[in-house]
Design a protein around this ligand. Structure first.
Ligand code: AMP
Length: 409
């Protein structure tokens, strides 16, 4: 084997992928319960979508895009995130009013790979379009929080900030630029350049943490409407029982946000202080993409990181019944039993090799089967011996009752 997966990508196979499946299912059901339909958008988009939407001066657009030219000379980019695509689709379809949708899938960023940072990574997320109310912000924050809660991740904290509205930022940007300019010799080269083009981006520069720590905060420069919106978001989170901390330096690395921004951190996931997910309100985005003003708020959760933070499952329960063939002459019947169980909604499998009964039981154990059902001499009387793998409880039951016996374990 000489060809390996590209740097910064991973393969996820069973049984480790069981945690991914659990997460994706939990997200799917949560999104449905909160009224988010499914959105499917392309994995690649016109490069200009991200340049205009995410912002030219962001790390993502300036350094991390997987961009290429297709055979017809189109400038395309593998999506580094999905919000710009969802808003583009809303505009392109000529939608109006509220659209609530959920997505999941791979994103691509040319990053320096390290723990929790990959070049292809997975996100699940929701977008709440067409709704300016702070209650939409609260709901979106709640979806991410409940997901982590349902997956058994303890000690989750929401970090919350408000960036204000673009008009509030005119004055703030001047203050920030003046503050940073006085300390220009302490700043990294990238940040010195951004001083003029986009000083807000200096706030999420990992190389300038010390200077940024004392910088003026957007929260102290909110206009009356943004301040009222922020107060309502806080009140809503309190009412839903969602713990949050105000994080005045939180700006997040994308240009399209206004007002609310947030991230989730967990005690069980502390690698480089990175977040499990985050999001915010992006009312300016639709206009940046050339559309009418459409308010929106959304969130993206990092699946790779959440899986790393999830408590281990006890290993059991991945298979309901493993059918063990004790009489090689009854292979067809064993296949019938598996088919019958599957049709009854019980996950079932068997070993298609010609292994000994002992070896088949070993496979059943490895596969995490809750129950083994032995097809042997009793089949002639219409019966099967079933065994609970956890405690060895054993019984001979009619074939038609195997499914119910397994479901009761
Ligand atoms: P963002 O789209 O930058 O707001 O990121 C949202 C979430 O996606 C983050 O909180 C991470 O959990 C995850 N994420 C972002 N970039 C990466 C990456 N390179 N590798 C793994 N997860 C990532």
């Amino acid at each position: 084997m000489t060809t390996r997966a590209p740097k910064g990508t991973i393969d996820v196979l069973p049984p480790e992928s069981a945690a991914w499946r659990r997460l994706l299912r939990a997200f799917d059901s949560l999104a449905e319960r909160y009224g988010y339909g499914l959105a499917l958008t392309p994995l690649f988009e016109a490069t200009e979508l991200f340049a205009r939407g995410v912002g030219e001066e962001t790390e993502i657009v300036s350094k991390q895009m997987y961009s290429f030219t297709d055979k017809a000379g189109r400038a395309l980019t593998l999506r580094p995130e999905a919000t710009a695509s969802v808003v583009r689709a809303y505009l392109q379809e000529g939608r109006t009013g509220v659209l609530k949708c959920a997505y999941s899938g791979p994103m691509f960023r040319y990053e320096q790979p390290q723990a929790g940072r990959r070049r292809q990574f997975y996100q699940v997320g929701v977008e709440y379009l067409g709704e300016p109310s702070p209650d939409a912000d609260v709901e979106v924050v709640e979806v991410g929080y409940r997901l982590l809660e349902e997956l058994g991740i303890r000690g989750v904290m929401v970090l919350l900030n408000s960036l204000g509205d673009p008009e509030d930022r005119v004055e703030y940007r001047q203050l920030l630029r003046a503050y940073l300019a006085e300390r220009a010799d302490l700043l990294s080269e990238d940040s010195r350049r951004r001083l003029d083009t986009n000083p807000l981006r200096v706030l999420d520069s990992k190389a300038d943490v010390a200077v940024v720590a004392e910088a003026p905060a957007t929260l102290d420069h909110l206009g009356p409407e943004a301040a009222a919106h922020f107060a309502a978001v806080r009140l809503g989170l309190e009412r839903r029982g969602i713990p949050y901390e105000i994080a005045p330096r939180l700006v997040r690395g994308l240009d399209y946000y206004n007002r609310t921004v947030f991230e989730y951190q967990a005690r069980s996931y502390t690698a480089a202080q990175d977040a499990l997910g985050g999001g915010g309100r992006y009312d300016p985005l639709a206009e940046l993409l050339g559309g009418p003003p459409i308010p929106g708020v959304g969130l993206a959760m990092g699946v790779d990181r959440i899986v790393a933070a999830m408590p281990e499952e006890g290993g059991e329960g991945s298979l309901g019944v493993f059918v063990v063939l004790a009489d090689p002459g009854r292979r067809a019947e064993a296949l019938d039993l598996v088919a019958m169980l599957r049709a009854a909604g019980v996950s079932a499998d068997l070993d298609l090799g010609e292994r000994s009964v002992k070896a088949q039981f070993k496979v059943a154990g490895r596969r995490g089967a809750a129950v083994a059902a032995v097809v042997g001499a009793e089949w002639a009387e219409g019966r099967v011996t079933v065994r609970a793998m956890a405690d060895g409880e054993e019984e001979t039951v009619p074939i038609a009752e195997v499914a119910a016996w397994a479901q009761a374990r």
